[in-house]
Design a protein around this ligand. Structure first.
Ligand code: DAT
Ligand code: MG
Length: 207
């Protein structure tokens, strides 16, 4: 990192810390002024000072890169999709899934004819399990992932862009609030979920 980059980065950090009420030197333009200006910008689209309709419910959801995604070195590209959307990673691990965990995860599918094949696939290699957080993330992540069958998925969705068969659809995303809650609890201990503040929060959503 060059000297100039270090200065710019340190300046951004100072301003963000200042916005959280920590004691830092804020320089010639007070942070409060900048935040007020940004607030004006953020609500401008909603018209006449009304609050934006962007949902601000910070949901969490369970996302997994399945064994085909791991084997095909797609972990980074899948994580990138969620990062660039602005969602926040709160837990991540690489693990070899047991049949026991899988039968709980897919408890509604155990009677399906494809279940034995699904177990074979999901236990064939490591899985990357993650919890992501953000406004309306359960619905949005399902849209980002695409329909179960990649053949029906629109270009731009993860399943359409990286797969073509339902039995190798690369990624999992919880399909409801109840599902997300159940799956997060099943795959992670409470202490594995990290509460942290991302420094871009004030520019990616309404303050
Ligand atoms: P989703 O993963 O979109 O939530 P699901 O919960 O209905 O879909 O099914 C779980 C996984 O089971 C799915 O991602 C791939 C596999 N699967 C579903 N239907 C299948 C089928 N008809 N043939 C083979 N595998 C199937
Ligand atoms: Mg499902």
């Amino acid at each position: 990192m060059s000297f100039l980059q270090r200065c710019v980065f340190s300046r951004i950090l100072q301003q963000v810390s200042g916005a959280r009420g920590q004691r830092v030197a804020t320089g010639p333009v007070p942070v409060s002024t900048q935040l007020a200006a940004w607030r004006g910008h953020a609500t401008a689209g909603a018209g006449s000072g009304e609050k934006s309709s962007v949902p601000c419910v910070h949901e969490r959801t369970f996302i997994a890169v399945k064994p085909d995604g791991v084997q095909r070195r797609l972990i980074g590209q899948i994580i990138h999709r969620f990062e660039r959307r602005g969602f926040k990673l709160v837990a991540l691990k690489l693990l070899q899934v047991s049949k026991g965990l899988l039968s709980q995860h897919y408890c509604q599918l155990t009677k399906k004819p494809f279940y034995p094949e699904l177990v074979g696939y999901m236990t064939s290699g490591p899985v990357v399990a993650m919890v992501w957080e953000g406004p309306d993330i359960i619905k949005t992540s399902r849209m980002m992932v695409g329909p179960t069958n990649p053949a029906e998925a629109q270009s731009g969705t993860i399943r359409a862009d990286f797969s073509f068969h339902v039995s190798r659809n690369v990624v999992h995303a919880s399909d409801s609030a109840e599902g997300a809650q159940r799956e997060i609890k099943l795959w992670f201990d409470k202490q594995d979920l990290l509460d942290w503040d991302s420094i871009d929060q004030s520019v990616t959503s309404e303050l």
